[in-house]
Design a protein around this ligand. Structure first.
Ligand code: NAD
Length: 243
């Protein structure tokens, strides 16, 4: 699908892990890519490695996140693809978790999905010649449907993303933007080679996931013809949740 190669992509949390694999995949396909991350050092490294534009920004800071998008609107005219990937996985027993910690997880994992999607919609609304193409992909998790003790904040944030994706898909159809989520299972974001065979054998597929498994789906969803996949959550977990 080289036809879409000049499309403009913005990825949150693109300095490392799954986000970095997404930045790489789109860069390799010839898309114009920008990303933000709160880790400035890693962000600079990833930018050097991939040629993607980097903004040091914390997604929980509304102004900072909107400013990334605004700079891209000024520079590129529009953003075609928004990948809401930034997120933290912090777990602690319920009785040891403060309300402030719960709020903080939502402010990093969930609220920015709303902030960035809303800002893109506001931009599209102003266009005299509407962009006929758009994609939003939100990183959810298999924990939206199966949880564990001590994951209240994380599970709530991902459950929120699951439902927010539905609402956004309906609201953003007006601007030709499809909105889907991807729920990865266990993806080894570093030291993949250090995993034991036992780790791999837990999976029906016989291996743990790699960031590229998720990045490939992002590229697929952005192909021109795939605009009828909308409001969907795609589980990529090697069959783990079906065991
Ligand atoms: P990671 O920690 O390897 O990378 C996350 C990146 O986001 C880092 O570069 C980090 O600096 C950045 N980031 C974190 N908070 C930020 C903030 N407030 N502002 C800006 N940048 C921020 O994580 P990952 O495993 O690559 O996860 C990426 C996404 O995928 C997350 O939303 C995560 O919940 C989801 N996910 C991951 C897995 C997995 O097994 N790795 C499974 C399910 C879901």
């Amino acid at each position: 699908n080289r036809a879409g190669h000049k499309r403009r992509v913005f990825v949150t949390g693109g300095a490392s892990g799954i986000g970095k694999a997404i930045v790489k995949a789109f860069s390799n396909e010839g898309y114009r890519v920008a990303f933000c991350d709160r880790d400035a050092e890693r962000g600079k490294e990833t930018s050097k490695e991939t040629g993607a534009l980097f903004f040091p920004a914390d997604v929980s800071d509304k102004e900072a996140l909107e400013s990334c998008l605004q700079q891209l609107f000024d520079r590129w005219g529009d953003v075609d693809i928004l990948i809401n990937n930034a997120g933290i996985s912090e777990f602690s027993p319920l009785t040891e978790t403060t309300v402030e910690e719960f709020d903080r997880i939502l402010s990093i994992n969930l609220r920015p999905v709303f902030v960035a999607s809303r800002y893109l919609a506001l931009h599209r609304k102003q266009q005299t010649f509407p962009n006929p193409y758009g994609r939003i992909i939100n990183l959810c998790s298999t924990r939206y449907l199966m949880s564990e003790a001590g994951t209240e904040g994380y599970s709530a944030s991902k459950g929120g993303i699951y439902s927010l994706t539905h609402a956004l898909a309906v609201s953003l159809a007006e601007w030709h933007i499809t909105v889907n989520s991807i729920s990865p299972g266990w993806i080894a974001t570093h030291d993949y080679d250090q995993l034991t065979s036992q780790d791999h054998l837990q999976h029906p597929s016989g291996r743990v996931g790699r960031p590229e498994d998720i990045a490939r789906m992002c590229v697929f969803l952005c192909q021109d013809g795939n605009d009828f996949i909308n409001g969907e959550n795609i589980v990529i977990d090697g069959g783990m949740t079906k065991k």
